[in-house]
Design a binder for this molecule. Structure first.
Ligand SMILES: Nc1ncnc2c1ncn2[C@@H]1O[C@H](COP(=O)(O)OP(=O)(O)OP(=O)(O)O)[C@@H](O)[C@H]1O
Ligand SMILES: [Mg+2]
Length: 275
């Protein structure tokens, strides 16, 4: 799919939020960015690709409301419209995940074209009629078949990096995977940005790590940095994203800034094809 065709046909922009490292802020970023993008009037879908189902829980979708989930979307011929759930947030919808997703690698193993299954299912469901502007995919902490499916389909990747001593550890493996996907499954795949998360201003180490990451990865890194903020971590237990739970906390302000930068970076790609 060409970018210009995507816009002309109102095909949504797919964003994969990915890092095989666990607990770096993928789900928190999906929830808060998707909510703020939805608040700007865009129609947004979250596709929960993690068997932990944290994005689904974080939006208050209870387990018994997940009878139809990402698993059914991938494995049965269930129509997408029966699987998508509304959330309490205007313009924000979700395909929730449930535990059965944890066996998906084995279930997919026997299938043909298993790496492009998600892409083909979206095609089959005639995505232009579904009318979403953005689809955010919350990836699991592994470079497994679900992550590969997400990368095979995505227009853009966002990579959250926790601002800690081993921040860059594992990134080279992810970059190799991205290169391979570009060669084989998705030439158009672009890194929209690398996002520093859980930044602690009181800690000199955070500053050093930021300098290190920026000097290594340059413009790939979002200017916006997400601070370590207790409100962001409390919010999921109240079944809402931080940006709704406490709009004014530093974490929410950072995600609002990120959303502005998200739109600017996306536009730059349209105009120049690169950042
Ligand atoms: N900026 C932040 N400040 C404070 N806590 C945060 C922040 N971002 C995320 N957290 C908390 O850190 C934990 C991990 O975050 P999150 O679930 O978003 O990471 P993840 O990469 O999706 O994890 P996993 O790999 O397990 O899916 C959660 O408890 C979350 O609430
Ligand atoms: Mg997660």
């Amino acid at each position: 799919m060409q970018r210009k065709d995507l816009k002309k046909n109102k095909v949504p922009t797919f964003i994969s939020v990915v890092n095989q490292k666990g607990g770096v802020g993928k789900t928190t970023t999906v929830l808060n960015l998707a909510t703020t993008v939805a608040a700007s009037g865009k129609k947004v879908l979250i596709l929960d690709l993690d068997a932990q189902g944290n994005a689904s829980t974080g939006l208050g979708i209870l387990s018994d409301e997940r009878k139809l989930s990402t698993y059914d979307f991938l494995m049965s011929n269930e129509n997408i419209n029966n699987i998508i759930k509304n959330t309490s947030i205007e313009n924000l919808h979700i395909i929730p995940a449930s535990q059965d997703l944890s066996s998906i690698d084995m279930d997919l193993a026997e299938m043909e074209k298993k790496a492009t299954r998600l892409k083909n299912i979206f095609k089959k469901n005639n995505i232009t009629e579904i009318n979403f502007d953005y689809i955010f995919m919350d990836c699991p902490p592994a470079l497994n078949m679900l992550t590969v499916n997400s990368l095979a389909l995505a227009n853009f990747i966002i990579i959250p990096l926790q601002t800690e001593f081993f921040a860059l550890e594992g990134l080279s493996q992810l970059m190799i995977t991205i290169k391979q996907i570009r060669k084989t499954l998705n030439q158009e795949l672009k890194i929209l940005g690398i996002l520093l998360t859980m930044y602690d201003r009181r800690n000199n180490l955070s500053l050093q790590i930021e300098e290190d990451v920026r000097s290594t990865l340059n413009d790939l890194v979002f200017n916006t940095v997400i601070p370590r903020n207790i409100k962001l971590s409390e919010a999921p237990s109240f079944s809402m994203p931080g940006v709704i739970y406490d709009q004014r906390c530093l974490g929410s302000i950072a995600y609002q800034k990120l959303t502005a930068e998200f739109f600017i970076r996306e536009k730059k790609f349209f105009l120049k094809g690169e950042i």
